[in-house]
Design a protein around this ligand. Structure first.
Ligand code: HEC
Ligand code: HEC
Length: 271
């Protein structure tokens, strides 16, 4: 169950990133379809000028999700008002994220997003909590000298913990149906069809704008009410993990550089 929930979270983030990337592309190539931009539809748009209006909701949902807040954390009614300081801060943050991606990650991509720092909290943590200094783990002092397990040992143990290689390979297709709790507590129905080794179709039924993202093993596409776009190389890279049907037993193929670096704790457990 945990895995399925995690998968949903990953898919959600991926879909939003794809939506945002497509927005970036539309902006740079000039929209041939004359799609309305955010500032043509909404009243008080200062930083999202040029963003296709159809994607505005998803971007707001992504922002809310990244900060772990509801819409009213930044908004009063009506939404165009700038009464809350958090909305003003958010504008600066959005501009900062644009500048970071442009200036430091050479391009219009979305290498850095709100989630990179916020991780589901309104105030990111900038300093490790007292007693959690990663460079000097307080309560694992004794174990520190013990040798770390190898990458293979950890991965083998993981495969065992999720059911074992044979059981995993026994399954060749999977259908997940459920609802994702959207940013404002709204339930969005979602269906995921996956087939070994790497075919995927995700249908997210936003009320007025269902989105489908598919991958046939070589090519990927994203479809909304306005049409279908092929996914470019970067977008395919983002999907790579999700499309991998046998992901738990293929981690070493997916990630070419894996290393065990340190010991830490998650809750009461050593990790
Ligand atoms: C972290 C702050 C933040 C959260 C949370 C947030 N928004 Fe926004 N929202 C903004 C900012 C900033 C703008 C203005 C963007 C600009 O200037 O380009 C905006 C603009 C809008 C507008 C355009 C209003 C207009 O007419 O100018 C709408 C509609 C909107 N948001 C809806 C939502 C919804 C729905 C949610 C919840 C799913 C949400 N927002 C969550 C920060 C936020
Ligand atoms: C590079 C890291 C980073 C990124 C990326 C980032 N933020 Fe922030 N954000 C911060 C930090 C750090 C603070 C806390 C600043 C402080 O304590 O004064 C903050 C504070 C905020 C606050 C004020 C919270 C409060 O309760 O006062 C809002 C709203 C916010 N960020 C929105 C966003 C949005 C929206 C995005 C994405 C467009 C974003 N941030 C991306 C680092 C980041």
């Amino acid at each position: 169950m945990k895995h399925i929930r995690l998968l949903f979270v990953i898919l959600f983030v991926t879909i939003i990133i794809i939506v945002k990337l497509s927005a970036g592309n539309a902006q740079t190539t000039g929209s041939a379809t004359q799609e309305k931009t955010a500032e043509q539809v909404y009243k008080n748009i200062q930083v999202f000028k040029g963003l296709p209006a159809s994607q505005f909701d998803s971007v707001m949902a992504f922002i809310s999700g990244s900060l772990g807040v509801k819409c009213n954390y930044c908004h009063v009614n009506p939404f165009e008002k700038d009464d809350k300081p958090t909305k003003q801060t958010a504008r600066k943050m959005i501009q900062m994220v644009f500048d970071l991606n442009k200036g430091s990650f050479n391009g219009q991509g979305t290498t850095v997003t709100c989630y990179t720092c916020h991780r589901g909290q309104p105030l990111p943590v900038s300093v490790p909590a007292v007693g959690q200094n990663l460079w000097q783990p307080a309560n694992t002092k004794k174990r520190e000298d013990a040798p770390l397990p190898s990458v293979d040992q950890i991965l083998d143990r993981y495969v065992e913990a999720v059911g074992g290689k044979t059981a995993i390979e026994h399954v060749t297709s999977r259908v997940l149906k459920g609802s994702r709790i959207g940013a404002d507590g709204v339930l969005v129905p979602e269906e995921v069809y996956a087939k070994a080794p790497n075919k995927l179709l995700v249908i997210t039924s936003y009320p007025n704008a269902p989105i489908r993202v598919g991958f046939n093993g070589t090519e990927g596409w994203a479809q909304n009410s306005r049409g279908t776009n092929s996914l470019n190389k970067d977008q395919l890279m983002q999907l790579r993990f999700e499309t991998e049907f046998y992901q738990p037993i293929r981690l070493k193929d997916i990630y070419s550089k894996l290393a065990v670096t340190t010991r830490t704790t998650i809750g009461d457990h050593e990790a």
